[in-house]
Ligand binder design. Structure first.
Ligand code: ATP
Ligand code: MG
Ligand code: MG
Length: 368
């Protein structure tokens, strides 16, 4: 047995799985954690589980992170049961380690966790049908709705200042000052783009400070392949990948989905003529999200959805530009100027959203 296999033996023995292990395969197309699917033979038939080694270079506080997931999944389970739902499929369910903890720390220093396998449902990496994008909106909205009265302030901020756009702006300005690679002179136009829109960095934080936007449980990785779609009905049944669940603003989750999901081009497209915010996709997502939230969003939150999309896109573009200035130290790059290309698509989207703001507001009004 290889060292890796030995470690997995140790880990599997230390979880409370039933029966005899009959299959163990690397699973899914996640980029962050190492995911395995386990099959056990039990007296009641075969049972499947997900086992994950958590990425320790990204998540520095695995215990707090798991506390967040325990809090949110047990809350969801209770709500789903109250609504007579299928709580084994409509939320992640943690399988405890032998000592009762929601994780196991192996002898190599890695943290592992296990979930019930969600049967009869699939994850899709790419939006193939517009319906899938709508389904993801319903799912993330529903997630928001079920957690609307969760005490969000009790969650740990596992990645500090994750969507604090004002502090991201400070970081950006520091990167311009440092000008570590001497790129600043070549990207004056992009730097100006950020500085001319500083209000975008403050608007949501100010509304939050004035209690106009409530602190919510946010998912922070609202992409299509973090929901499971029922193989029979084609409907989204469950939101997964709760690593980045944190206290935050509902409009940020919405905004980030629009940023990457409603764009007409890839994030690193060089031909900016191809980049715009697809209003049909914006409408589909808005409809699904508002329906999924089922009345739990406040009027101010609804008002701010389009601005949320703009702010998330602005923030992301600014982070790409800062990383370009720093010499590509954070985001993985595959070509010269990759982060600058990414920054430009984001700013093109922001500019397009500015033009379409009243149309976006009208769409929100149609579904509120
Ligand atoms: P990402 O790159 O999205 O951050 P990740 O590495 O954090 O991914 P997950 O999204 O948690 O990993 O899981 C990876 C994949 O494993 C999912 O896309 C899904 O296909 C599958 N998966 C995860 N949890 C479950 C589950 N409980 N039941 C069935 N499949 C699951
Ligand atoms: Mg995932
Ligand atoms: Mg993930």
């Amino acid at each position: 047995m290889s060292g890796e296999e030995l470690i997995r033996r140790e880990v599997i023995e230390n979880f409370t799985f039933p029966g005899k292990l009959v299959e163990e395969i690397p699973y899914g197309s996640g980029h962050i954690n190492d995911t395995f699917r386990l099959v056990f033979e039990t007296e009641q038939g075969r049972k499947r589980y997900i086992l994950q080694r958590m990425n320790k270079s990204i998540f520095h506080k695995p215990v707090e992170l798991m506390e967040n997931i325990v809090g949110v999944t047990s809350w969801l389970r209770k709500k789903i049961l109250e609504n007579s739902g299928d709580a084994d499929r409509e939320t992640l369910n943690i399988v405890s380690a032998g000592d009762g903890r929601p994780y196991y720390l192996d002898s190599a220093g890695d943290y592992w966790r296990a979930y019930l396998f969600i049967e009869g449902a699939s994850c899709y990496d790419k939006v193939e049908k517009k319906e899938d994008f709508y389904q993801s909106a319903v799912a993330f909205g529903h997630f928001q709705g079920l957690l609307a009265d969760y005490p969000a302030e009790t969650l740990h901020e596992t990645i500090v200042n994750f969507h604090n756009t004002a502090s991201r702006l400070d970081d950006f300005k520091a990167a311009v000052q440092r000008d570590a690679c001497g790129h600043a002179g070549d990207v004056q136009r992009e730097i100006r783009f950020v500085l001319e829109r500083e209000h975008l960095a403050y608007v949501l934080g100010e509304m939050q400070a004035e209690k106009k936007l409530p602190l919510r449980v946010t998912h922070n990785d609202t992409k299509l392949n973090n929901i499971m779609i029922d193989d029979k009905t084609g409907k989204a049944i469950c939101v997964i990948d709760l690593d980045t669940v944190m206290p935050g603003l509902a409009v940020n989750d919405f905004g980030d989905s629009i940023r990457f999901g409603a764009s007409t081009a890839d994030e690193d497209e060089r031909d900016l003529a191809k980049v715009s915010c697809d209003m049909e996709l914006f409408e589909l997502y808005t409809k699904g999200f508002v329906e999924g939230c089922a009345g739990s969003l406040t009027d101010e939150e609804l008002d701010m959805l389009p601005i949320g999309a703009m702010v998330m896109t602005y923030e992301c573009g600014m982070r790409f530009l800062a990383d370009h200035l720093d010499g590509d130290v954070y985001f993985k790059t595959h070509r010269e100027g990759h982060n600058l290309d990414r920054c430009r698509t984001q700013f093109k989207l922001v500019a397009d959203m500015e033009k379409k703001l009243s149309a976006m507001n009208a769409i929100v009004d149609k579904y509120r």
